[in-house]
Design a protein around this ligand. Structure first.
Ligand code: AMP
Length: 648
């Protein structure tokens, strides 16, 4: 997931800022808000804007007023409650883009807060009507989206306005991206996903996406019975989607092929009717009697699931393990909540997908034990499916970071590595750019020890594109990830020259690395005769295109491209800063053609080829050079630190 620019990265003082919040709170017949969690959730972004002297214009939807004014869905009670929470007046406009909205927002002082009426009082909102979006945008100078729950919808107030205003995310969306996005792109392992709830059909996309990423997939709740039936068990009157039996079989086969440990209930608490007071008993999964239905997972299953969960370092949970709304069938969900909380205590990142699982965790009293409870139901599911959410996609990219990576090549011994990496960490302390050391395979373990608890990241110099098998002498992405390695150099010219690396194998390796959450540093560059023949730009463009064939924009944003003129590697010759920048600019242009301008800007392009302590500052000052891949100079901590300083 791309890193989006946040409200902290844009100047807001004195500016009118339109903030899309999720104030869709439950209100009783007397107009009282019965759950203010969403208002509390919106406060950090609003307070930040007020404290920084912005003129804050809030908008939200509430309920489904079907495109026309309906006092039942007025946001006025929210304005009142928000004002109490902020300790300052919140002016309530009587409309969204009409006279009242214009009047209320016309003469705001810095730090003032106005709440517009329910955006869904206009049918144009859900239709994402451009002229409505333009009118709404005209009230402000900056757009902040902080409503994750509606980010999967391209509505006027979630996506439309971004066409007219610089658009960034608020703190709520930022956290969703950081925690959930982080887990999906670079999870600490073992990574365990727990899926439950009523329907397989709601979660197919999630299962498919997660099968590529998790180590274990636990399936419980009503949806488990479709899988059990697909395995040939009788399931009595339990929930089942017969039309999904083939798919369930296919998913189980896929899990096996990918080496994902898929766990299903080995026994259930069954009931003779769908009610809290029904007769109940425990039955193993292969002894389900006719006329009974599975309502909760049994104790042995709880034990098996919990054992896996407690060992996890990343847990994502979406969907209850049983009919938790009935206290007599809430035991499984409660026990799993407890196991997830325990994993959290042991240092795991624990994420609860929104909707019913969030409700279950809150109802059962485990909410504050989780790293993150997503504020979106449908949005959270689509995020876990790997879909691009329009309300997030439309936001500006966060500024990319410079990256200095050392490529040790075939140098240094494992025995000297730990101390050397510690020295590098010390010498580059406080670096604002990313600092990476890429070492021979046998040094990685020691490098990771040296880099532990420091800002320094560790990379490998190569990897194989297959997951495992008869490839004597090779190392897989999983092996690197398992060690804690985060980067991998792919397609270095020396590998292309001496070890038969081709554009095809580079592409396979890039895709594999990305699918495992490794950041590939993809090397491209021309030989001397190619430069002399005047085909440098053309050739490098082609290398980039071939390396990224089949890589989607979301993934591409995570790659690093290293431009290394082969004639300048290890020869002491360097391209002039202008020559280097010219090629890097051409790389940026091809990235923009492939993925759009904003993604191209978020991809770091390094220069490599005899970058050293003496010439780094000049090279790194060039517009399209975002860092360096450093050979010889990375073997001396002091020289490497000088280059890092130049990048800072
Ligand atoms: P979902 O919205 O798909 O996450 O489903 C949540 C709903 O699934 C909750 O209302 C649960 O009561 C229901 N559920 C969980 N397990 C079962 C089950 N074994 N049989 C019927 N419904 C279930």
């Amino acid at each position: 997931m791309l890193k989006k620019m946040s409200v902290e990265e844009i100047a807001v003082t004195g500016k009118k800022v339109l903030v899309r919040c999720d104030f869709n709170v439950p209100i009783d017949e007397n107009g009282n808000i019965t759950d203010e969690n969403r208002i509390i959730g919106a406060l950090p972004t609003i307070k930040y804007l007020v404290d920084n002297g912005a003129k804050v214009i809030l908008c939200s939807h509430m309920g489904r007023p079907k495109g026309e004014f309906n006092p039942k869905y007025s946001l006025a009670p929210v304005a009142k409650r928000l004002s109490e929470k902020l300790g300052k007046p919140v002016v309530m406009a009587e409309d969204v883009i009409g006279e009242s909205a214009k009047k209320c927002t016309a003469n705001m002082a810095d730090g003032d807060v106005v709440l517009l009426e329910n955006v869904r009082f206009h049918k144009e909102e859900t239709k994402n009507d451009p002229s409505f979006a333009k009118e709404l945008a005209s009230l402000a100078e900056i757009f902040v989206n902080d409503a994750f729950g509606t980010a999967h919808r391209a509505h006027a107030s979630t996506e439309g306005v971004s066409h007219y205003l610089p658009s960034v995310c608020g703190f709520l969306i930022q956290k969703e991206l950081r925690v959930m996005g982080g887990a999906l792109t670079n999870p600490a392992r073992p990574f365990v996903a727990i899926l439950g709830g009523a329907k397989v059909s709601d979660k197919i996309g999630v299962i498919e996406n997660l099968l590529d990423k998790v180590d274990s997939l636990i399936i419980g709740g009503g949806m488990a019975y479709t899988f059990l039936k697909a395995k040939g068990y009788h399931i009595g009157n339990s929930l089942c989607e017969d039309e999904k039996l083939d798919l369930a079989k296919e998913l189980m086969k896929k899990a096996e092929m990918k080496g994902v440990d898929l766990l299903l209930p080995v026994g259930s608490i069954v009931a003779d009717s769908f009610s809290n007071d029904a007769n109940q008993k425990y039955v193993p999964s292969d002894e389900m009697p006719d006329g009974w239905m599975g309502m909760d997972i049994g104790n042995t299953t709880i034990e098996q699931f919990s054992k896996v969960i407690k060992k996890a370092k990343t847990v994502i949970w979406n969907g209850p393990m049983g009919v938790f709304e009935f206290p007599n069938f809430a035991n499984g969900t409660k026990a799993i909540a407890e196991a997830v909380a325990k994993a959290g205590e042991n240092g795991a990142i624990t994420i609860i997908g929104g909707g019913d699982s969030a409700a279950a965790v809150e109802q059962l009293g485990y909410a504050d034990k989780m790293t993150h409870i997503s504020t979106g139901g449908g949005a959270s599911l689509e995020f876990l499916e790997g879909k691009i959410l329009p309300g997030i996609d439309c936001l500006l990219q966060s500024g990319k970071k410079n990256i200095i990576a050392g490529n040790w090549k075939m140098n240094k011994l494992p025995s000297e590595t730990e101390a050397f990496v510690k020295e590098v960490a010390k010498a580059t302390e406080g670096a604002t750019c990313d600092v990476v050391v890429c070492t021979p395979y046998v040094c990685l373990d020691a490098a990771l020890k040296g880099a532990k608890d420091t800002h320094v990241k560790v990379g490998a110099e190569n990897m194989h594109f297959e997951d495992s098998g008869a490839y004597t002498g090779e190392v897989s992405a999983d092996m690197l990830v398992n060690m804690g390695v985060e980067y991998v150099i792919i397609g270095h010219s020396e590998r292309r020259q001496y070890f038969a690396e081709t554009d095809e194998t580079v592409n396979k390796k890039v895709k594999k690395a990305l699918s495992k959450g490794l950041i590939p540093i993809i090397c491209v560059g021309e030989k001397l005769e190619e430069r002399e023949a005047g085909i440098t730009t053309e050739l490098v463009r082609l290398q980039v295109k071939l390396a990224l064939q089949g890589v989607k924009a979301d993934d591409a944003a995570n790659v690093v491209i290293a431009y290394e003129p082969i004639w300048a590697i290890g020869t002491g010759k360097t391209a002039t800063a202008e020559q280097a920048d010219e090629v890097c600019r051409a790389i940026r242009a091809v990235l923009a053609e492939l993925y759009g301008k904003s993604t191209s800007k978020s991809i770091a392009i390094q220069y490599g080829g005899s970058m050293n302590a003496a010439n780094a500052a000049e090279l790194l000052a060039m517009k399209d050079i975002d860092g360096g891949l450093i050979g010889g100079a990375s073997l001396k901590a002091a020289d490497f630190a000088t280059i890092v300083k130049a990048a800072n």
